[in-house]
Design a protein. Structure first.
Length: 107
């Protein structure tokens, strides 16, 4: 999936959950047509909350160490992972529609 396709899918999902994005979001050379850099969109807190939610879940450190992990607010955890990713948009694409961890408990 190309950069525009990833952004379009994520923006549509965020808008469906009530995030107001008041700009012309057609994509061209790393920037939204109105001049907004797409990083300014994908790292907005309201955008991240709409994509991944505010649930708190226990995330395991590894399958082998199932008792080691931490309670994490999902959108914050994904935001950190995107910041660390070499290609944040590829991370967004991979994680847009699915849980990539084993849910141990919900609070």
């Amino acid at each position: 999936m190309g950069t525009f396709d990833i952004l379009e899918k994520a923006i549509i999902k965020a808008k469906e959950k009530g995030v107001e994005l008041n700009f012309d979001w057609r994509f061209e050379k790393g920037r939204i047509i109105d001049g907004t850099n797409y990083y300014a969109i994908i790292f907005r807190h309201d955008f991240l909350k709409a994509i991944w939610g505010e649930d708190v879940q226990f995330l395991q450190a590894s399958p082998v160490h199932h008792h080691i992990g931490a309670n994490c607010i999902l959108w914050q955890w994904h935001a950190k992972q995107m910041l660390l990713a070499e290609e944040p948009l590829k991370y967004l694409e991979k994680n847009l529609d699915k849980d990539n961890w084993k849910k141990v408990s919900e609070h």
